[in-house]
Design a protein around this ligand. Structure first.
Ligand code: M6R
Length: 607
């Protein structure tokens, strides 16, 4: 969601803060700000909108110590007065997360005479630290004491004009890491912000507080116990977060899918069989007596789980339920210690998914597996088993390559569970592995359809609504297509299992309603064709994504695009790609901000 960058270095750090914010902007982006220790007082620059505006406004600012933030509004509208950093006396604070007890703190601090100038929960932290500094002049200790009073999730960075050269950071629930550089030390909410200065990263744990100066860092727990955290050398490639020749990150990430899939599937190597160990050393024993799988996820990740349900039940013969994480976490459910809990998340930091995972564990369900794109994330750290998709950093808010790599991981899970349950013979296993290996090539062929899809998108751009249809394992793909379209083009889109059409949504169909159908040549094609007839009979215009061998002729009002290869069980991985391209090009025609759609953030670390 929001992003933090902080630095204590030997020379002016403003360009580093700004560059770091640019790398984090995709996570949240309604306003931005920075504060540095100045000659006489804290110098603060804030602006509504993008980091580029902040950069222009901060042109004359320079200092070796500072903090910066890009905001996605939670408490208070996007405005300059609500943008971070927030100041109280000589200190400035930036904050990611939500302080749940901010109202009571605000009352307490107001009673002490502090005047609030914003609607944010963050400003309470600034005043609280300032108040504590009266008794405890050391910034590190004052922030430590302040954190003990905070309830909720936070990653914070604090500077004090009276203690220049020092930044104090702390985390509870929101990601925060330190970067150890040659000319100074840094902190950020995401490693990509610090690659410009260092690859040596220290991931803080919940309850850690750290002090950075030009010469070093020290870390303690909130209770004052000193701790050492290991230094990781980040393998993130700086090029992976550059746009290169593409117009948008979403476009780049759609076209990176062959490589992302190849990287994710590399774990299978040249082998003819898949071992449970790809999910973690204990996977073999842990999966042995699993009698049910419960998948927890949000948004696009939930759609990959919904697709996998068809695979897990059909191939592995294990019952599977998929639940939206924000529902599961607050529902009274019947615990089953033998069920495998699968948390799927691109970021690994989605607050609802993390809370659902913790809730599942609190009910005694300890067989947990994370399928995630970020190895150091909380969801990975808190799961017994893990599979890291190797999609590379996904910057566009609309998830694309994370989705297809999740599907690849979930198909591997299906094969492993099927094997453990004695439902997969060597010949079938080998055939599935061949299909998986060929996937990057098959995806590449689908990407060649881009120019035709662009043509379709031009016909869409003036529509108010669209309906997506699919059946069986392609129903979640229809859901994903509708989510992509509404998310970035703002066209209202709904997805239905095609058989459900006549139970209500058919009433919406007329000549102004484009109906997009996912129509691979599978066992449900004949049924789907009848549903498409129902649409045509009401004048609905059909856009059909079929396979080379789906026998559906194009005709008036029936536009056809045929995917080059028929891909059986794995066909959802191919069929989602034209839907990604369709929404991308519809958004381009409409002129929306493709990578940063309004009101959304990349990584939803608040409830
Ligand atoms: O990081 P996660 O996979 O946990 O994120 C879950 C959703 O917020 C995410 O998939 C969201 O729905 C995407 N913006 C959709 O494109």
């Amino acid at each position: 969601m929001c992003g933090i960058v902080a630095a204590a270095a030997g020379s002016n750090i403003v360009p580093i803060l700004v560059e770091g914010l640019k790398k984090l902007e995709y996570r949240g982006y309604d306003s931005a700000g920075l504060a540095v220790t100045g000659a006489a007082q804290i110098e603060r620059v804030r602006s509504v909108g993008r980091v580029a505006e902040l950069e222009a406004a901060a042109a004359g600012t320079a200092s070796p110590t500072g903090i910066a933030h890009t905001r996605w509004a939670t408490h208070g509208v996007p405005s300059e007065r609500n943008a971070h950093p927030h100041i109280s006396g000589s200190i400035a604070v930036v904050h990611n997360g939500i302080i749940e007890n901010y109202e009571s703190l605000r009352e307490e601090l107001s009673a002490q005479g502090y005047v609030f100038t914003s609607d944010t929960d963050t400003e309470t932290i600034a005043h609280l630290v300032e108040a504590l500094l009266k008794d405890e002049p050391d910034l590190f200790r004052a922030v430590q004491r302040a954190c003990r009073r905070l309830v909720g999730a936070y990653g914070i960075a604090v500077i004090d004009q009276r203690q220049p050269g020092k930044v104090v950071v702390a985390r509870e629930g929101s990601p925060l890491l330190l970067g150890l550089g040659a000319d100074g030390n840094y902190a950020a909410s995401d490693a990509s912000a610090l690659l410009q200065v260092t690859r040596n990263m220290v991931y803080l744990e919940n309850g850690d507080i750290a002090e950075l100066t030009v010469s070093g860092v020290r870390i303690e727990r909130l209770d004052g116990t000193p701790v050492e955290r290991p230094v990781h050398v980040s393998q993130l490639s700086a090029a992976a977060v550059e746009l290169g020749n593409f117009r948008h990150y979403m476009q780049k990430e759609i076209f990176e899918q062959p490589e992302a899939l190849a990287n994710t599937l590399e774990i299978v190597g040249g082998s003819r069989s898949i071992q449970p160990g790809i999910f973690g050393a204990e996977a073999g024993s842990l999966l042995q007596d699993v009698d049910h799988i419960l998948i927890l996820a949000c948004g696009t990740s939930a759609h990959s789980g919904m697709t996998a349900r068809y695979w897990l039940e059909a191939v592995a013969g294990v019952p599977c339920t998929v639940e939206i994480a924000s529902e599961y976490r607050y529902r009274c459910s019947v615990a089953n210690p033998r069920q495998l809990i699968v948390a799927i998340s691109q970021s690994g930091e989605t607050a609802d998914t993390l809370a659902a995972l913790r809730h599942a564990k609190s009910l005694g369900q300890l067989k947990t597996l994370a399928i995630c794109n970020v190895p150091e994330s909380a969801i990975v750290r808190e799961s017994a088993l893990r599979f890291i998709t190797r999609a590379g950093p996904e910057i566009g808010v609309a998830s694309t390559k994370a989705f297809t790599t999740q599907l690849a991981a979930l198909f591997l899970l299906t094969l492993v569970v099927a094997k453990v349950r004695g439902r997969l013979d060597a010949a079938q296993e080998s055939a599935y592995i061949d299909q998986l290996r060929h996937l990057p090539v098959a995806v590449n062929k689908v990407l060649t359809l881009e120019s035709e899809i662009e043509g379709w998108a031009r016909r869409f751009a003036d529509k108010q609504h669209a309906l997506f249809l699919g059946r069986g394992r392609h129903y979640p793909i229809a859901l994903e297509g509708a989510l992509k379209l509404k998310e970035i083009s703002y066209i209202h889109a709904e997805a239905y299992p095609a058989g459900e059409l006549k139970h209500g949504p058919l009433a919406l169909v007329d000549a102004s309603m484009p109906v997009i159908s996912v129509a691979p040549n599978d066992e449900l094609l004949e049924k789907l064709k009848s549903n498409l007839q129902e649409v045509r009979a009401r004048g609905g215009e059909l856009y059909v994504f079929a396979d080379a061998d789906s026998e559906i002729p194009a005709s008036e009002g029936v536009h056809m695009l045929r995917l080059p290869e028929h891909y059986g069980l794995l066909s959802p991985i191919l069929h989602v790609i034209p839907l990604q391209l369709l929404s991308y090009h519809a958004a381009l025609v409409k002129g929306t901000d493709v990578d940063k759609p309004r009101n959304l953030a990349k990584s939803v670390t608040v409830e």
